[in-house]
Design a protein around this ligand. Sequence first.
Ligand SMILES: NC(=O)c1ccc[n+]([C@@H]2O[C@H](COP(=O)([O-])OP(=O)(O)OC[C@H]3O[C@@H](n4cnc5c(N)ncnc54)[C@H](O)[C@@H]3O)[C@@H](O)[C@H]2O)c1
Length: 250
Amino acid sequence: MKTSTRTAIVTGGASGIGKAIVARLARDGIAVAVADKDEKQAAEVASNIQNGSQIMSVGVDVSDRTSVENMIELSHERLGSLDILICNAGIMDRAPFMEMEENFWDNVLNTNLGGVFRCSQVAARYMIAGSRGGRIVNVASNSGIFGGRGRAAYGASKAGIINLTQTMAIELAEHNILVNAVAPGPTKTRADQPDAPWPSVAMRMPLNRYGRPEEIAEVAAFLASPACSFTTGHVVSADGGFTIAGIMEG
Ligand SMILES: NC(=O)c1ccc[n+]([C@@H]2O[C@H](COP(=O)([O-])OP(=O)(O)OC[C@H]3O[C@@H](n4cnc5c(N)ncnc54)[C@H](O)[C@@H]3O)[C@@H](O)[C@H]2O)c1
C-alpha cells in the first residue's frame, strides 16, 4: 500500500459524480473515505478501487448533525488526518413550485445546503486543529446559477451552496483552508439516461452532450490539489458551456 500524504472525505461517494471523484483522488495517491447514506454501495466502491491507495467506507446521513460528527471522527481516526472535504452528497428531487410541500422543501434544503454547512463546519474544526490547512470543494450545479422548471428547492439549495462557498472562503482563509465549488451541468450518471440531453437543453450547450462524471471529477481534483493555491471562493462550471451560452446561431 502507498503511503498517502493527503487524506480526503467524499460525501455521496457511492455513486455517480462522487464515485468518480473518489477514483480520481485515489489515482493521486490520496487516502479517501467514501461517505454515503448507502453504506453497502460505499463499501463496494471502496473495495473496488485497488490502486494501492488507502480507501475506507463510512455510512453517513448528511442531513443529520450527529451522523456527520461520527462520520468525520471515524474517518479522521482511520486516515490519521483530514486535508480535503468534498461535499458532493445531494438529492435532485423536483416538483412544480405551486405544488411543493413544506417537507419536500425542507428535505432538499437540509440535505443539499444543510449538508454542506454541517460537513464543512465539522471538517474545518479538524483541519484547523491539524494546522496544515485544507481544501473544501462543494458540488453545486448550474441550477444554482439560473432558474429551472421544477427546481425551486433544488436550485435554491445550489445557489445557497455557491454563496456559502464564498463566505466560508473568507472566514477560513486565515487557517489556509481554501473553499471552492464545481458546478456541473447535465451529467450522465446512470445507464438508463438517454445518450443525449433533451433538445431544449442540448441546444443551449455549445458542447452539445452530457458531461461524464470523470470530467467533473477532474475539476474537483484540481480544486482539492496543492496546485490550487491562490483560488478560493470561486465556482467553476463544468457544463459544456451551458451557463455562458447566449446567441447560439445567426
Ligand atoms: N448528475 C447531474 O446531472 C448533476 C448536475 C449538477 C449537479 N449535480 C450534483 O452532483 C452531486 C452528485 O450527483 P449524482 O448525479 O452523482 O447523483 P447520485 O444520486 O448518483 O449520487 C448522489 C449520492 O449521494 C448520496 N446521498 C443522498 N442523500 C444523502 C444523504 N442525506 N447523506 C449521505 N449521502 C447521501 C446517495 O446515496 C448517492 O450515492 C449532487 O450534489 C448533485 O446535485 C449532478
